[in-house]
Design a protein. Sequence first.
Lengths: 389, 296
Amino acid sequence: MTASSAHPITPATPETRAAAGQHAPAAHGDPLLRVDHVTAQYGSVVAVDDVTIDIAENEFFALLGPSGCGKTTLLRAIAGFESPVAGDIRLDGSSLLGVPPHKRPVNLMFQSYALFGHLNVEKNIAYGLEAERLSRTEIRTRVGEIIEIIGLGELAKRRPAQLSGGQRQRVALARALVKRPRLLLLDEPLSALDRKVREEMQLELKRLQHEAGMTFVVVTHDQEEAMSMADRIAVLNRGRLEQLDTPVSLYRRPASRFVASFIGSANLLDGTATASGIDLPGHGEIAVAHEVAAGRPATLVLRTEDLTLAPAESGSTGVFTGTVLDATFLGGSSTIAVEVPGLAQPVRATVHAATTVRRGDRVALAFDHATASVVADDRSDGQAVGAPR
Amino acid sequence: MTDPTRRQAPATAPPTTAPTTTALRAMGAKGASRSKRPRALGWLHVPLWLGYVFLYLPIAVVVVMSFNASRNLFVWRGFSLDWYVSLFQNRAMLEGLGNTLIVAASVTAISTALGTLLAVGIHRYTRGGLIRAFSIAPALLPDLLLGIGLLSFYALVSFTLGLHSIIIAHSVFATAFVTAIVLARISGLDSSLEEASRDLGASPVRTFIRVTLPQLAPGIVAGALLAFTLSLDEFVIAFFTAAPTTPTLPIVIYSTVRFGVTPEVNALATLLLLVSIVTILVAQRLTKIGSAKEPQ
């Protein structure tokens, strides 16, 4: 399980050696991978719609979205198993389109792991190196190395059928890593594991990515997983790129209603944008700086933990005043639902530890206007708001 | 908590598309029926065993009578191996056996290769059920139809009859059986295995040899063994397509039986039975080895 940092998996190419160790930002020269206005279709269904993404060397990048958002299609297009109908995919500046999957310096870890049942762990890992026609001694050294790093020592002679889910996942990872790819693609790498193993593996993946100095692109539908592992996240919805940003920015400054609802838990209050804020029906105008054109349908995004709660009669001036519908103690925090006259949905607030308010109490809810954001209500037209950078 | 190891279902699903010959049924039933089933009521054993008696009593009679010292088929006169000895001195029988073995071996080679490729092609390039049905149809068509059809075809193209014409004829239906079995195996496989192989740098050809074939091996072997046994005792089609000078064993037996059944035939039937049973057992065993759970 634990591995010594004495065995870093250094990517083979000289360029990588030079770049290894320094965290190259995207703006710095050419990106490692450029997904350039890529559109992919299944028959008449557009799975990926004009997506542009740059991924930098040594980055831990996540493609996040609900199922059917096109993230796996995009990953498979990078690996070479789908052909985009438009756009280009360039690795180190040269186009990958037209290069068959077995000639791309990119490896994919499959969601099902796709381990070869007729080969033992060691031979599964050696498979990719044998295909490269490396010498036997080199194959043996590299396989031995990776087995130690991933912590599979005592399992080397076992068949995949004799391994647990977590062990299979490690074998699949080792089999891809041993190839020292320029880019490692991981399709829902943790979805088949139970929660405890999953949390362990999140840390493990991050550690490996850091030690190997490799670029990881992980596809996931789990926003917590993406937030906890990735340096940057591309949020996809219905084939379009909604927003591409760091986890903190996605959380604090969502670019669309979809991103706000998909990431973290937030109150989404729909209204109409005004020049200096948002007009909520039945409530009035709330001043929040934003970039939505005045008069457009917009949504006020309030993170539940940004709301503070005070008894209404204490005289504190909250933004919303209402009646407590429900207070739930969750251990580390409590969630309180407050019914505010005029608003369609109850407003939820998260407070630390146990709360003293009860059902029926009159409370005032306040928030720092800098923490709130207003985004265009994109539900009706389905337009992506987040522009690729 | 779900057990993640459960995800890998046994790879050999019962071959649902396969024709229901008894051999196939025996193989298909394997996968599922091992689990704990509630104990049936005691009296249900009676019809079960009656069924088996019905199926196997005639065969048992043949086996027992092959060791009979008497020439009379219906009277037991004590144990003897005489009929086995005289069987091996019967030139016509031995010649027929030789022909049959040549035919069966060739048919196995041809139908296994063709059937496997056909199954892979069907799986990879077609979606509809019709083309699958057509690939398996020769296994289900009446032998009479195939026999007559092939004979007229041979006559039409002025093809000489001989062992080769039987081999071609048998390959037609044997290929269909192999295709059915390999298709059943293929559809249970994880399609990402081949992609994983490509992804790891293996060319399409290398992928086929190193990943696809090993994964299909149990199905291919089972298909080959079935093709062998089917060809071994096939009579109707062979009768139509053989030249008078190249009779296969079933034809020799048939012509012998017309002049009265001798216990020699019983001995031969017993030997053939032995070969068939061994083949089916081996096929079953190999199919099991290939599935996800291996005997450890």
